[in-house]
Every structure is written in C-alpha cells, then in structure tokens.
Design a protein around this ligand. Structure first.
Ligand code: PBE
Length: 277
C-alpha cells in the first residue's frame, strides 16, 4: 500500500506505556497538523508492528532502539557500543532495508530488568544476575510470551548467565508486577519505566554481564508517509527529549496506579508541556 497524503495511521504495542505513546503521537498530530489521524492502539508486539509497517497498514509507532537493533535487524549486541551508536546504526539499517525512518528520540530508556521481591532477594543474598544464577534452581521465572521468542530474550539470557529456573511461565506484561508481589512468580522481566516496581517493593537486579542493550524510545515512520506529507518530520521531531525515564514512569503510574485512561494521560501531558492547546 502507498502512503496517503493527508492521512496517517498511528499504532503501538500492547502494554500501558505503548498505549499512552500511541495516543500521545495521535493527539499531538491532530492538534499540530491537518492530517486525518487514525489510531490503532494495542496492536501486538514488535514483530506484528513491523509486519504492519512493511505492509503499509501502519505508518507511525514508537519503537525502542535495542528492540529494532536485535530483533528486527538481527544484529548482535556488543556492550562496548554506546546508546548513540546503537541508535545511529539502527536508523541507517532501517532506512536501507525497510525504507522506515527513525526520528529523534523521545528522551527515555525503557529496558528489561530482572526483578524480584526485595524480601526474597535479601533472604537469598541476590544482588546481580550472576548471584541469581546460583539460586535459580529454587525459583520460578515469568515473562511475557514475546520475551521467550526474542533474540534479546530468554534463550540468550540463559546462555549468558547459566540460569536453571525450576519453572518458567508466560504472563501478560502488565500483570507481572502483582504476580511477583504475591509470590506467584519469583523473578520477572520488569520494564524499568514501570512505577509498579517501587509500589510493590520489588528490587531490580544488576545485569553484571551487560546482556540487555539500551532501549531508547523513538518514533519511527514509513518514509513514504514523510514524503507524502511535507513538514511532518519537522513537527514530529519537536517531540525530541520531551520525556525522561522519570516522566515516563510518572505517566505510566497515572494509568496503572491512579486508573486514568491512557488517552487522558497523553492529553494532559501534551497540554502541560505546551505541545497542544
Ligand atoms: N522494551 C522493554 C520492550 C518491552 C519492555 C520496552 C524494550 C519492547 O517493547 O521492546
């Protein structure tokens, strides 16, 4: 499908932060362009979004550098690379392979982090992933289904650290924090911008062998959509750096802890930042 002039489909993945970001982009474009904005939130995971972008069903969504670099482009991660290098390489390769443009980063990094109840971590004397490996045969590991399929996911993690969890289980990413709190799961792959890590007194362990790459959030868009709509790139790039890790965590908390709707959180944020009226 060809990108249509005057129309744009904004989408996102299926977890709280992504739903907020989908509406954030959509509301921002409604207010600052003449585009006819269509919203497709909660579409699925990274692979599904990539497929939709390649087909032309989706024009714009927020992806994370490490996710694109490792999962979609299938690069290997070299921990000596800086986050800027990962961003630049990802941007270049997406343009060449998929004709998809990586715009300016939003300003925050949302990485995976193995987390567990503080009480349990203290009892076992676990601070790092290497410490955890020694105790893993007593523990249940849980993550979202996608993590078990990803190249920055479960298999590589086990290979790097030698984990021997007594059981592994799939769980919706938005339910994992409570499952860890309740003791249903001992070790989860928390998202570091999720405020429920603190709320439920979970501790984030140290990735002492630097398995996980940086995951900076960046709006990505089909080049055809940019070409069809002059000025769009400049408008979107005004969102550069509007979020920090702390701000994103705060927005996630407004949904997950205060019960606000993702769309309302996005609108209130854009207003507070003077990005919409
Ligand atoms: N992340 C961490 C994942 C999920 C959590 C943001 C890098 C991703 O959506 O790719």
């Amino acid at each position: 499908e060809k990108a249509e002039k005057g129309k744009i489909v904004v989408a996102g993945k299926k977890f709280t932060e992504q739903v907020i970001l989908t509406h954030l982009l959509a509301e921002y474009l409604k207010a600052n362009t003449d585009l006819d904005v269509e919203v497709e939130d909660s579409l699925g995971g990274a692979f599904m979004l990539q497929q939709a972008m390649e087909k032309g069903d989706v024009d714009l969504y927020v992806e994370y550098t490490g996710t694109g670099y490792l999962n979609i482009l299938k690069n290997k991660y070299d921990p000596s690379k800086t986050p800027e290098e990962i961003y630049e390489e990802t941007k270049k390769q997406y343009k060449e392979k998929f004709n998809i443009a990586w715009l300016k980063p939003l300003g925050f990094n949302n990485t995976y982090a193995l987390a567990m109840r503080k009480e349990l971590a203290d009892k076992l004397g676990v601070k790092t992933y290497s410490d955890l490996a020694k105790k893993s045969d007593q523990l249940v590991f849980g993550s979202d289904a996608e993590f078990f399929e990803r190249s920055d996911g479960y298999d590589g993690l086990v290979e790097t650290y030698g984990f021997k969890f007594k059981k592994t289980t799939n769980i919706d990413p938005d339910l994992q924090y409570e499952a860890a709190k309740n003791g249903d799961i001992d070790v989860i792959t928390a998202y570091t911008t999720d405020a429920r890590i603190k709320k439920y007194h979970l501790v984030v362990l140290k990735d002492d062998k630097h398995y996980f790459p940086p995951y900076h959030a960046v709006p990505i868009i089909r080049q055809e959509a940019l070409d069809a709509n002059p000025g769009l790139e400049k408008v979107l790039n005004k969102l550069e750096g509007v979020l920090t890790d702390e701000k994103m965590m705060e927005l996630n908390a407004q949904v997950n802890m205060e019960g606000k709707s993702p769309k309302q959180v996005a609108i209130d944020f854009l207003k507070a930042e003077g990005l919409i009226d």
